[in-house]
Design a protein around this ligand. Structure first.
Ligand code: ADP
Length: 538
């Protein structure tokens, strides 16, 4: 057999040759819609390799992006990785302090930024002057604005650099184990940690996600990438879609329900991928306005638990939900819902229960639930264990963090706790640090939140542990009302009766206007504990 390196550039080369007219549609900062094709993206990305070289980038370097989803960000994904450097997609929702930490840790010499993030980069640039050489603004010449950068740090216009560059003849070839991208965790505990992906791991992840039983993208699909390209490589979409020629629809920073629904309907999207908070907002918008999804048929949701009640509601709007689980450390997808032969026997309610779990394990990775001594616990859907995983797209260590190695064969500790059922479906109970232990029994905050969101007046819910003299800990529930509703705390408490054992029903329900969310859309439990229960758990 021929042996060819599994390189990211091969995806865009294939897309240009076999799906050259495949569309990439982006919403710019000012709301304008721009359209391009995979053929044009490949040509421009190849040109961009020349730009990167001229700016002093060498194979092995890290190059940062601070940008929302767009065709230009896609070009950067391919050009940076394609020339043998690593694309460090920085999350602009992190604190400036964390962003500066990441840039210093990665030694990013170049930053490619959307115009709206110029003030952010200008604010942190003085702390990066040891290694930062230039900031390139993803804009046309006429859109350039002045920006005060430290001496020695150049400011460039992306489109001008591209216009002045000449075409590179072809993509370079190198070892498939070369680093392609560097993503940092959102650092809810401590500093963000870096995970370095390789060309090989990225391709294997993307190919598996394109299996029929996973996301199964096809050339005729039109996918709205709600998940940002700065969050774990948009879960692989920028690789999966061009690999099969599916159209990529990029909302930019316009992630509000009105703009998203507008983009979905106008662009005939049939699929979308993102975190629960965005899809929560979207369904609330549909409830209030009576608007509809005109073409959307499927969503892939992960990053936080997607409540059962919302899976049912999306079903009523004609949209099926694939619920998945993963982390930055696993590229990210490890499990995803898809039916099995045994699923056909289930009635509608039991099927919903199954869909609300986090899915079953993809080929190429594996998951175990382990007890405290590291032995695998039975697949009975009841016995809880610490979830660990390993596989072709699981990190063997954090970037530049000595002592973090789990090695090539080791099981990576996820920090999540859950159960695995007889059919191999994984169900998350909690993150270890968010578990509620009451009178020696574990209470799953995800299970409580799932029930609460089934209440007709509740939009979003979070359960956290509060210290209790008698029981050790007791659950406290904080709920956000649906628009125009005012749920009674006692009524919400009563709603739990018969749905969960009495001892696990929250003692107290607090109605709040909103819940604090982190940089990747997750509810910040630590902040809630601080707000409502005093000092944080260690
Ligand atoms: P961070 O940068 O915060 O680690 P990740 O996206 O890597 O961001 O977060 C991974 C964590 O998100 C998982 O360990 C898990 O706790 C949580 N998570 C991801 N998907 C789900 C899901 N479907 N249900 C519940 N929790 C999830």
């Amino acid at each position: 057999m021929q042996r060819r390196e599994l390189l990211i550039s091969s995806i865009i080369v294939h897309a240009a040759r076999h799906h050259g007219d495949g569309e990439v549609v982006s919403r710019r900062e000012d709301g304008r819609i721009v359209r391009t094709t995979y053929a044009a993206i490949e040509r421009r990305a190849r040109r961009l390799v020349g730009v990167l070289r001229a700016l002093g980038v060498k194979p092995g370097d890290r190059v940062a992006t601070l940008a929302m989803n767009s065709d230009r960000h896609l070009e950067l994904y391919y050009a940076i990785s394609g020339m043998g450097a690593a694309c460090n997609t920085v999350n602009p929702r992190l604190s400036p302090d964390d962003i500066a930490y990441i840039a210093a840790h990665a030694e990013d010499g170049l930053f490619f930024v959307d115009p709206c993030f110029l003030p952010l980069i200008a604010a942190i640039a003085p702390n990066l002057s040891d290694f930062l050489r230039a900031v390139v603004v993803l804009a046309e010449r006429g859109e350039m604005k002045p920006c005060a950068l430290p001496p020695g740090v150049a400011l460039h216009c992306y489109e001008t650099l591209l216009a002045e560059a000449s075409d590179e003849p072809e993509w370079p070839s190198f070892d498939e184990n070369t680093a392609s991208a560097l993503c940092y965790t959102s650092g809810t505990t401590g500093r963000p940690k870096g995970v370095l992906y390789s060309h090989r791991s990225t391709l294997l992840h993307a190919m598996t996600l394109n299996f029929a039983d996973t996301l199964g993208l096809r050339a005729t699909d039109r996918v709205v990438a709600v998940v940002p390209m700065f969050h774990v490589n948009a879960w692989g979409l920028p690789y999966m879609a061009p690999m099969v020629g599916a159209a990529l629809l990029m909302p930019g920073r316009h992630l509000d329900a009105v703009n998203l629904l507008g983009l979905m309907n106008a662009e005939r999207a049939n699929l979308s991928v993102g975190v629960p908070t965005v899809f929560l907002g979207l369904i609330d918008h549909l409830r209030r306005t009576g608007e509809k999804f005109e073409t959307l048929k499927r969503i892939l949701v992960g990053g936080a638990a997607f409540p059962r009640a919302l899976i049912a509601e999306y079903g009523k709007f004609g949209v099926s939900v694939s619920h998945g689980w993963g982390m930055t450390e696993s590229s990210p997808v490890v499990t995803l819902y898809a039916p099995k032969p045994a699923t056909a026997q289930l009635d509608a309610e039991a099927l919903l229960d199954l869909q609300a779990k986090q899915g079953r394990v993809l080929y190429g990775v594996d998951v175990r639930a382990e007890n405290e001594s590291g032995a695998e616990v039975p697949w009975d859907g009841k016995t809880q264990g610490n979830l660990v995983f390993r596989g072709h797209w699981v990190a063997s260590a954090y970037f530049r963090q000595p002592g973090s190695q789990v090695g090539e064969e080791g099981w990576f500790p996820t920090g999540d706790v859950g159960v695995i059922d007889e059919q191999g479906f994984v169900q998350l109970t909690d993150r270890t640090k968010d578990l509620i232990k009451s009178g020696g029994e574990w209470i799953s905050s995800i299970a409580l939140e799932n029930i609460a969101v089934g209440h007709p007046q509740v939009a979003e819910a979070a359960a956290v542990a509060t210290p209790d003299e008698k029981w050790g800990e007791r659950p406290l529930l904080i709920v956000v009302p649906r628009t125009g509703c005012a749920p009674e705390p006692e009524d919400v408490r009563k709603f739990f009766e018969g749905k969960t054992p009495n001892w696990s029903i929250p003692d107290r329900v607090i109605v709040a206007e909103e819940l604090p969310h982190g940089a990747t859309g997750k509810i910040l439990k630590s902040k809630l504990r601080e707000l409502y229960t005093g000092p944080q758990k260690p």
